[in-house]
Design a protein around this ligand. Structure first.
Ligand SMILES: [Fe+2]
Length: 297
């Protein structure tokens, strides 16, 4: 029997039963009327490779590896994995930055899925305008298509003023122009494109300009990182979803006088760390999110 991931989720959800299937039995069956495929991808974020403080994360070199092992063991493998920035912890030393990037790239090559999309965070890119990131991971802003969805990667970190910049905004405008107003559009970026909490640098200085360019399009969803916690927000009809990180959690926006890392809790190891699965229902332009914790062991 061949089964779609969507049907599998329904069966498990309704019946509570577990169906053991081989890894290749998932087929993204096309919708009969539209010919559009459903698919599944995974979002990982903020692995901060090179960070070292046992009070914050005593498993600093193991957490990303645990996430990768967990993704590899998923019954239905994602079509692709996206990293929404801060792959590495910032450093003033260009040699050390490249060492961290080489290491993280090596670890990530352990993913069974070979289609991996990388996006820089300010820790990766703001001290050298993305130079080292480009050497290791390629362009910092780009588009790609997948099964009827137009993906747009926006770089709001290489510019140290937390901006996208006019040149990239023009590029975004040009990329959007050929698309129908009901095109399925997904944006990947690092910082929130809206003012979540500018006092903690949880914003993009000219993010409103990008949102305005996206606004005429009916089906736009944004996935981002940066804030090391889950967050869901809407600007008009555009949904913005932040994912948890893989090194330390941060407090809710403005909940404390200062933005401080949440220390490790030995009674609940890996609390607040995790990653996300996204089921794209392309015909309906819906995205079903599954938030996964990092598990001990
Ligand atoms: Fe981060």
């Amino acid at each position: 029997m061949r089964i779609r991931r969507r049907d599998f989720l329904k069966l498990v959800g309704v019946g509570g039963a577990v169906f053991v299937l081989g890894p290749h039995q998932f087929v993204g069956a096309a919708d009969k009327e539209t010919g559009l495929d459903d698919f599944f991808f995974v979002q990982l974020s903020d692995s901060h490779w090179g960070f070292n403080d046992p009070k914050i994360n005593p498993d600093a070199s193991g957490t990303l590896r645990k996430a990768i092992a967990a993704v590899n063991s998923m019954k239905f493998q994602p079509d692709f994995v996206v990293f929404t920035g801060d792959l590495t912890q910032t450093t003033d030393d260009p040699k050390e930055r490249r060492k961290r990037m080489a290491e993280v790239r090596e670890i990530v090559s352990g993913l069974a899925v070979k289609n991996i999309k990388f996006i820089p965070g300010e820790h990766d890119a703001s001290l050298d305008n993305g130079e080292a990131f480009r050497e290791f991971f390629g362009k910092t802003h780009y588009t790609f298509e997948h099964k009827g969805v137009h993906f747009i990667v926006i770089d709001n970190v290489s510019d140290p003023t937390s901006s996208i910049g006019d040149a990239q905004l023009q590029w975004l405008s040009d990329a959007l122009k050929p698309l129908d107003k009901d095109a399925r559009i997904v944006v990947f970026t690092h910082r929130p494109l809206f003012d979540l909490y500018p006092n903690w640098d949880w914003w993009t200085r000219d993010g409103a300009k990008a949102v305005n360019l996206l606004m005429p399009y009916k089906n736009v969803t944004v996935f981002y990182g940066h804030i090391h916690q889950e967050n869901h927000h809407t600007t008009g009809h555009i949904d913005h979803h932040a994912a948890r990180g893989l090194m330390w959690p941060l407090p809710a926006p403005g909940s404390l006088p200062k933005k401080v890392m949440v220390p490790w809790d030995p009674s609940e190891p890996y609390k607040g760390l995790g990653y996300r699965g996204v089921d794209a229902r392309v015909e309906k332009a819906e995205y079903v999110l599954s938030e996964f914790p990092i598990k001990k062991g």
